[in-house]
Write a protein that binds this ligand. Structure first.
Ligand SMILES: [Zn+2]
Length: 301
């Protein structure tokens, strides 16, 4: 019986081997270098070991212009070409016309319809729920898909109880931006919590978007700290993963891999699969549209 953890990193593509532009070549990400002999780039898009693969995924979806999160994430979650559906890339939130499909066909719902259990581990602060009561539409595709599938969004209480993760992994931004009195969590502990939560689920999702913010130049300070926290989290997740779990790390469009421009890129998206089905995941996922179908196939076995 397979279990899948999806780690969604917003805005991470494969870029040039240029440390001036590409943080993958400026910072030593040990979740990559401890597991692979090379760092992935536009020239080295595929890397592979016994149980891990790094591979490129198309996010352009046969549509001109720069890919965006709304259409990219809906394509990933619903297995449809959301950009083609509306004739353009759109974001950061899902387009109104996508919502009917999302209600019917998002990945959380599909897993549920198979009689399996999924969980979305990101915690949201109370101000988010207040906003949600007023205007349900302008929220990210993952949260919206969870809501459409009657999957409860996690709260600050869940976060304090170790039953959820904050979207910055350590809770730092909950303290500094939201002024909430909440304890910091080491990235390694956050990884342990995620694995513990996932152990009672078939499908578990964590969404991280500081990578996209960094790519847009919205975060300029303490970048090495952010990199090291993300890296420690992913490294420890991969290290403690059991052999019944597949971890898929994937993104929705390029951005982070070229910090010399503040916009998204048309580069292929960075993806890593780790676990017993890593070969299958890398072989079958060529575009964002393939993610849903491939995960469902693993869960069926
Ligand atoms: Zn963006």
């Amino acid at each position: 019986m397979s279990r899948v953890i999806l780690i969604f990193l917003d805005g991470v593509g494969l870029g040039e081997e240029n440390p001036e532009k590409n943080p993958f070549f400026r910072y030593n990400f040990r979740f990559i270098t401890d597991n692979f002999e090379n760092v992935p780039s536009l020239t080295t898009q595929h890397l592979s070991t016994d149980d891990k693969e790094i591979f490129p995924v198309d996010a352009n979806l046969d549509i001109d212009g720069l890919p965006q999160s709304g259409t990219g994430q809906v394509s990933l979650l619903c297995g449809m070409n959301a950009s083609q559906f509306i004739g353009k890339h759109f974001g950061p939130f899902p387009y109104s016309l996508h919502q009917d499909t999302m209600k019917r066909e998002n990945l959380f719902k599909a897993v549920k319809d198979m009689g399996l259990k999924s969980e979305f581990v990101n915690a949201y602060p109370q101000i988010f729920f207040d906003y949600l009561n007023k205007q349900k539409k302008r929220i990210g595709a993952f949260a919206l898909s969870a809501l459409f599938s009657d999957i409860k969004l996690k709260t600050q209480t869940d976060l304090e109880n170790g039953e959820a993760l904050s979207n910055d992994i350590t809770n730092e931004r909950w303290r500094t931006r939201l002024n909430l009195d909440i304890r910091l969590v080491q990235p390694e502990i956050a990884a342990e919590r995620l694995l513990k939560i996932s152990s009672v689920n078939d499908f578990t999702v964590f969404e991280y978007f500081l990578t996209d913010h960094i790519g847009h130049g919205r975060i300029k300070e303490n970048l090495d700290t952010i990199y090291s926290e993300l890296d420690a989290f992913l490294s420890s997740l991969l290290l403690q993963q059991d052999d019944e779990t597949d971890i898929l790390i994937i993104s929705d469009h390029g951005n982070f891999e070229d910090i010399s421009v503040k916009t998204h890129t048309r580069n292929p998206v960075f993806s890593m699969a780790s676990g017993p089905n890593s070969g299958k995941l890398s072989h079958k996922i060529n575009s964002l549209i393939d993610v849903k179908r491939t995960i469902l196939e693993l869960l069926k076995n």
